[in-house]
Design a protein around this ligand. Structure first.
Ligand SMILES: [Zn+2]
Ligand SMILES: [Zn+2]
Length: 145
């Protein structure tokens, strides 16, 4: 999918703001345990922006290394879940869709780590569902990694 546009977002308290000049690379809903624990939500939706089209406008987030493969970004003041970064996907920034000023603009492409999906949580959509990582990207983040 390709959307040429400008997207902005930030954390709950406003200390951290970002801007991305699309194209949006990808939208995904992750059902893995690490995303669940990091966010406190049943699943976590991400949008991928090209790293060279993305900027933190003021303070950058704090980063917590959640596995050998990935780090999780959050606001150290209000605790908002902001994103993830992986060495294997260094060309992009993975932003939590809920932090966008207008999350409804994001198109979701697929679901990943559905083998860890909570039995009482699902969405009604025809999107591809992957037991682990999507075939679209070589993510190494996810359960127990
Ligand atoms: Zn904040
Ligand atoms: Zn995940």
């Amino acid at each position: 999918m390709t959307q040429d546009a400008c997207f902005e977002g930030g954390c709950l308290c406003g200390a951290i703001r970002y801007r991305a000049h699309a194209p949006v690379l990808r939208g995904v809903i992750c059902h893995c345990r690490t995303c669940r624990r990091h966010s406190g939500a049943p699943a976590l939706a991400f949008v991928h922006f090209p790293a060279d089209a993305f900027e933190w406008l003021a303070a950058p987030p704090s980063w917590y290394r959640s596995s050998p493969h990935a780090e999780r970004g959050f606001c150290p003041t209000c605790g908002s879940t902001l994103g993830m970064r992986e060495a294997i996907l260094a060309d992009r920034v993975q932003v939590c869709v809920g932090s966008l000023d207008d999350p409804s603009r994001i198109h979701i492409d697929d679901h990943v780590w559905v083998r860890s999906r909570l039995p009482w949580f699902d969405t009604i959509d025809p999107l591809p569902r992957f037991a682990q990582s999507s075939s679209a990207v070589e993510s190494q983040a996810g359960d127990g990694e």
